[in-house]
Design a protein around this ligand. Sequence first.
Ligand code: GLU
Length: 428
Amino acid sequence: MTQSQLISPAVQINLNIRGMRPSATVALNELSAKLKASGKEVYKLGLGQSPFPVPVHMQQALSANAHQKDYLAVKGLPALRQSISDYLQRTQGLEYQAKNILIGPGTKELMFIMQLTYYGDLVIPSPSWVSYAPQARIIGRNLHWLPTSLDSGLGVTPEALEALCKQDPDLPRLLILNYPSNPTGLVYSAEQLRGIAAVARKYRVLVLSDEIYGGVNFTGEHVSIARYYPEGTIISDGISKWAGAGGWRLGAFAFPPELSWLADAMAVVASETFTSTSAPIQYASVCAFEDSQAMRDYLTDSRRVLEALATYAYDRLASAGAQVNKAQGGFYLFPSFAALQDKLKSRGILSSDDLCHRLLEETGVACLPGSCFGRPADDLSLRLAYVDFDGEAALAALQREEPLDMEFLQAYCPRVITAIDRLHDFVA
Ligand code: GLU
């Protein structure tokens, strides 16, 4: 036995990481798979994975590029960076030069490298996606949760940002703004974005705009905050959510020229860690960002199905007494059952963790507790991802000229409908 084996393993773990558990989204996905394998019926509303297939022309491009074996440049394949630059120009009217675009193995990794590289406090609203805060903790950054209210859709307000920044105006800060939001489905209006941009500019707050769900904004008209704060906004996007390719692990950050120094510094870290992103995946992703009828149809159809499910889920949950906002994009709803707390308490459910635990045990519906998103345990909130259906079959059956009705949802998304109904019955 060596000397190091005599020391307890816990003591040998970096203090920032000691006591942490695997990311909630990933852990619940693995638990659901295990329960399923053991014969239990599980409705997987936990992991936010796109239910739709990767568009056929992207799959074909991947086959055609299977032979690409060389390491690529750290910042990414020039053709892919150019296609993302063109995409931002076409969809947002924004000038992000290809040389200031950084490709990575998923935006999650790029976010981590960004927090490592930029020396500023992290600012996020409560609730926020499960991994921003743990990344700050691993790296040792300070974290500020911005208070939110249901009236403002549980999102960032200029007032909350101002109140924080004026306490120490010169402190470097990184605000992560994510919309359509994971976990709430909130989309900020142009007026809200202008307000947030004005405060960010006043205090030189860096904005990382996580727009990974921009392609599944139900209106099809995603608006980036970069239109109002171009010099201080980094846009984060990828193919995981609107092109069905989460497992391909490809994400991109687009930097304005004023922040090219940060892109360069992040590329240094990238060169010492992941070297470069998978070559075949980069070649195959070029066409995802190009304008094509195939991509337009795919996105229009995906949004229609998601919006119909979001509406159904919203109506059912609201009728069960949940406080919940209508989703305007993405895959998620974030209801709170605090109004039913007396009833739930009498059944021994005191926290959002209890709620999700009992829900899974008694109904087979897997959701994530609000506590994973930075909410107080007693607000009895949870995130549900309405994605447990065969997106390929749904897209194939969808008739563009016909309304997408309940009959369609029952036929092609029956598991989501059953899961929402079970959740409704469980709390109501
Ligand atoms: N973003 C997805 C979610 O929130 C899954 C991927 C992940 O968390 O890494 O469920």
